[in-house]
Design a binder for this molecule. Structure first.
Ligand code: NDP
Ligand code: GDR
Length: 332
């Protein structure tokens, strides 16, 4: 148990933030999460973890803040005094980053600098995790490891690369404990509904239940190294537990195309995806990342982290979860 330790998670309402909050609470941490004010509720992924803050047992606390608001980040970090910060918040959608390149640069790129500066200003010995991405490799052919040259292919990838270098620079310039987890695609039943894996598993479940007929997609030839998000947040935690700060790839080491993912998901419910999938060019990107395959041997050697779930099983467990959600909605 890590009782008494305090973590701050940015992006706690996202896919990874929710799994990481579960993991840290299980380990005995007090967890603070940063949330954005919205006109609708945006905490559905963490509602099951929340307890009234007046409850003496409560160990999860939520604070309104936005990555564009540097002074708020300074105040929060000084007030929370975290031992560890997991910086997961970002405008994380690659296709959307082509529509909103400046906003993506501000939030996904400079947002990281605002947090690093807030830690430096505070003088606290806080350990910092940056959610770096395989999108930074972009056009560089696989396999990709910590030593592979970067070649981002989107405003998102470029913003993440800037944040990656700022993290390294603060480590080298100010001797801060700051690390980059270079995570390849990771999915789960909590994956956002506009990412291709979840779009496919929801469609497979809905079509099998007679609630949908057609699924519109873009490029089916892209190959990705898809792992299970629940396992990847364990890798994040391990990166902050070793003596020396360093950067690590987390991946499965396998790669499948979008077409393969369709086979796994639709095949699981006895459907042929070719009967249902139609092309829509709106889902194409001006520049695409063709193939990603991660080499996570350093994480295995140093952190003893290894993936357990591979893409075919991941697709099936996501379809099962979407089927269960539909059945639950029908019961209500
Ligand atoms: P999600 O898109 O599910 O979650 C993103 C989180 O960031 C949400 O909590 C969101 O809040 C928050 N956020 C967005 N903009 C702001 C802002 N301006 N201020 C404060 N919070 C903000 O992402 P994932 O959980 O999938 O990914 C976590 C991180 O890891 C991201 O940085 C992503 O880029 C990176 N990454 C993800 C990979 C993946 O395959 N999932 C792979 C490699 C890197 P809200 O809920 O209010 O929208
Ligand atoms: P990615 O994930 O861009 O790899 O970024 P996404 O699921 O959006 O796309 C994967 C591949 O599928 C192709 N594709 C489609 N994508 C979407 N979203 N919608 C479609 O309809 C569709 N049709 C085909 C895409 O062109 C692409 O090739 C994710 C995000 O989580 C990032 O934040 C993270 O950094 C990277 O993974 C690693």
């Amino acid at each position: 148990m890590d009782a008494g330790r305090v973590a701050l998670i940015t992006g706690i309402t996202g896919q990874d933030g929710s799994y990481l909050a579960e993991l840290l609470l299980d380990k005995g941490y007090t967890v603070h999460g940063l949330i954005r004010r919205a006109s609708t509720f945006n905490t559905s992924r963490i509602d099951h973890l929340y307890r009234d803050p007046h409850d003496e047992e409560a160990r999860l606390f939520l604070h309104y803040a936005d990555l564009s608001d540097g002074s708020r980040l300074v105040t929060l970090i000084e007030r929370v005094r975290p031992d560890e910060i997991y910086h997961l918040a970002a405008q994380s959608h690659v296709r959307v980053s082509f529509d909103e390149p400046e906003f993506t640069g501000d939030v996904t790129g400079i947002g990281t600098t605002r947090i690093l500066e807030a830690i430096r200003e505070s003088g606290l010995p806080t350990r910092f995790y940056q959610a770096s991405s395989s999108e930074m490799f972009g056009a560089t052919p696989p396999p990709q490891s910590e030593t592979t040259p970067f070649y981002p292919r989107s405003p998102y990838g470029a913003a993440k690369l800037y944040a990656y270098w700022m993290t390294r620079n603060y480590r080298e310039a100010y001797d801060m404990y700051a690390v980059n987890g270079i995570l390849f695609n990771h999915e789960s039943p909590r994956r956002g509904e506009t990412f291709v894996s979840r779009k496919i598993t929801m469609a497979a479940a809905r079509i099998a239940s007679g609630r949908q007929d057609v699924l519109y997609l873009g490029n089916l030839d892209a190959a990705r190294d898809w792992g299970y998000a629940k396992e990847y947040v364990e890798g994040m935690w391990r990166m902050l537990q070793v003596d020396e700060p360093d950067d690590y790839v987390i991946a499965t080491g396998t790669s499948y195309t979008v077409r393969d993912f369709l086979d796994f998901a639709f095949g699981h419910v006895g459907l042929d995806w070719q009967d249902h999938v139609r092309f829509d060019e709106r889902y194409l990107r001006p520049t695409e990342v063709d193939a990603l395959v991660g080499d996570a041997s350093k994480a295995e050697r140093v952190l003893h982290w290894k993936p357990q779930t591979h893409t075919p099983d991941l697709a099936r467990l996501m379809v099962d979860a979407d089927l269960a959600r539909i059945a639950e909605a029908q019961r209500l």
